[in-house]
Design a protein around this ligand. Structure first.
Ligand code: FES
Length: 94
């Protein structure tokens, strides 16, 4: 199991997820509101920022590299629907 801390609107929510779990689906199943539309990497809506544990996340996918610029990548931006969790991480929802 991996621990995910999600910082949103001045609050921190915690969830435990299985190795390899999808960030967006896990958050949505717990009513943690990451905005999304497509869930397939096409819309670019589900932007989050990984503030701790980026090495515990899956590699960037092609859709992410399409939607995120160099500044986004340098600041830890990810598309939640394209991010799979492999260890403890902290995420910020802008
Ligand atoms: S929900 Fe559309 S890119 Fe993630």
């Amino acid at each position: 199991m991996a621990k995910v801390s999600i910082h949103i609107a001045g609050q921190t929510k915690e969830m435990e997820v299985a190795e390899g779990a999808n960030l967006l689906l896990e958050a949505a199943s717990r009513s943690i509101p990451i905005p999304f539309k497509c869930t397939t990497g096409r819309c670019g809506t589900c932007r989050v920022r990984v503030i701790e544990g980026s090495s515990q996340c899956s590699d960037y996918t092609e859709p992410e590299l399409h939607h995120l610029n160099e500044t986004d990548l340098a600041s830890g931006r990810r598309l939640a629907c394209q991010t799979f969790i492999h260890g403890d991480v902290a995420i910020e929802i802008p």
